[in-house]
Write a protein that binds this ligand. Structure first.
Ligand SMILES: *[C@@H]1O[C@H](CO)[C@@H](O)[C@H](O)[C@H]1NC(C)=O
Length: 240
């Protein structure tokens, strides 16, 4: 049933595909230059279909990209409940928005900034300003930069209440291997999408439950970020 729907979507979208000119596409990105799949799907490798995944350097195949996009569309349209005010939810019944930015490499404008800092800046800029999906901060941006080997989550306030730092870290732990050199990127992204769906529906699986020792950590410094800038740094696993 699920598979059938994917096929239908792919056939429909395949027709609308336009060529991306590889010469025009940067391989290093500043967040301000990064396209918005809701505004400029062609630059994101989505053809003419407005969506949630932006993959300008084509890290995924067309088919993988469309399946991932379909998963994200399903999240907001079908698979999660509307977390906003009653009024907003009566106007438009949609759940959490998850945007995925796939980057070959980030351009780091300030030499003193680390890759991890830049990943946070990048994802936060997309989440809060440039993409800014959602109506009540119920949006999440997942940024993956291949050559920087970073995976970064950034959630608006409402989404961050569910996707806490600890949960995000646990998801990172779970899928991290797929994002490493020699891993399986599309599989990692699908897996991540499914875990997010569970978490956003309140099913924090036991595997993702925060471990007792994690609760001791430097909670003070993290809570500052949890509401607005939750971040996970899978990079902790990947970079070292
Ligand atoms: C949402 O659900 C409807 C009805 O079940 C289905 O036809 C549609 O394909 C789904 N859309 C997505 C993006 O999952």
């Amino acid at each position: 049933m699920v598979r059938l729907e994917v096929v239908v979507v792919l056939i429909f979208v395949g027709v609308a595909f336009a060529q991306l000119d590889p010469d025009d596409i940067p391989s290093e990105w500043l967040p301000e230059q990064f396209p918005n799949p809701k505004r400029n799907p062609q630059a994101c490798g989505l053809g003419n279909k407005y969506g949630y995944v932006c993959d300008p350097n084509l890290l995924l195949t067309e088919k993988q990209r469309l399946i991932l996009d379909w998963l994200m569309e399903g999240l907001v349209k079908n698979d999660t409940k509307c977390p906003c005010s009653v009024w907003a939810c009566e106007q438009k019944r949609q759940g959490y928005s998850v945007g995925i930015a796939l980057v070959k490499k980030m351009k780091i404008p300030d030499r003193s900034r680390t890759v991890l800092d830049q990943a946070k800046v990048f994802a936060h800029y997309l989440q809060s300003t440039h993409w800014h999906y959602g109506r009540c901060e119920e949006d999440i941006v997942v940024l993956y930069s291949k050559e920087d080997e970073v995976l970064q989550f950034m959630a608006g306030k409402t989404a961050g209440a569910v996707l806490t730092n600890q949960v995000a870290r646990a998801i990172g732990n779970h899928v991290g291997g797929h994002f490493r050199e020699g891993g399986n990127l599309p599989y990692g992204l699908y897996d991540l999408g499914l875990l997010l769906r569970d978490v956003l529906n309140g099913n924090t699986m036991y595997a993702l439950a925060p471990k007792a020792e994690a609760l001791h950590g430097s909670a003070g410094s993290l809570t500052v970020f949890i509401s607005t800038l939750i971040m996970t740094v899978l990079a902790l696993f990947i970079v070292s």
